[in-house]
Design a protein around this ligand. Structure first.
Ligand SMILES: *[C@@H]1O[C@H](CO)[C@@H](O)[C@H](O)[C@H]1NC(C)=O
Length: 175
């Protein structure tokens, strides 16, 4: 009986706390981040006290800002004030390649600039581009060829460029 009461109490508490955060866009706003970082079409989201969030979209899709951003079906990361770290599920297009965005940061106090850490460089955009959640166009899986190339390319750039040149040398020696 006590257990049932506890469970009831707990579930009403949980319902109450989840009601106070009505959308992931509110979570972004509450952390000094622009709502337009995530596109329309959020099906469900989770956000815990440690700042970990998980967003499930209707579909994998692309949204156009100054360059194009790709959103996977699932996007996750850690939100703190003015920053999203450990990001997974968002890629930015650069020179026809897709680079996974690892971190997003805005200046506090605001300078009107938002930074995307894409591994090799920080891309800078105007914050005003991200004021409202953008429409996001569904992408078919065959359109993602370039996306995978970009991900592979960045892996080669950051970790195995040395071993690759060794392989190349090896091939040259064999010839
Ligand atoms: C997205 O998340 C859902 C729920 O956690 C999971 O079932 C699904 O496999 C994930 N999809 C991808 C493509 O990672």
């Amino acid at each position: 009986m006590l257990l049932v009461l506890c469970a009831l109490l707990l579930s009403s508490l949980l319902q109450h706390s989840s009601a106070s955060v009505s959308s992931i866009y509110d979570v972004l706003k509450a952390h000094g981040l622009p709502m337009g970082l995530l596109p329309k079409g959020v099906k469900e989201f989770r956000f815990d006290e440690g700042g970990r969030f998980e967003v499930h979209l209707d579909q994998a899709c692309n949204a156009k800002f100054e360059s194009e951003l790709h959103y996977d079906l699932n996007v996750s990361g850690t939100i703190s004030y003015g920053q999203i770290g450990a990001l997974s599920g968002i890629s930015a297009q650069e020179l026809f390649l897709w680079f996974p965005v690892k971190e997003i940061r805005v200046d506090i106090p605001s300078s009107g600039i938002i930074y995307f850490d894409v591994g090799v460089v920080f891309k800078q955009f105007s914050l005003s581009l991200f004021e409202t959640p953008p429409d996001c166009t569904a992408v078919r899986s065959e359109d993602l060829g370039g996306f995978h190339d970009g991900a592979v390319m960045i892996a080669e750039l950051s970790s195995s460029s040395k071993s690759k040149s060794e392989v190349l040398e090896h091939q040259i020696v064999q010839e």
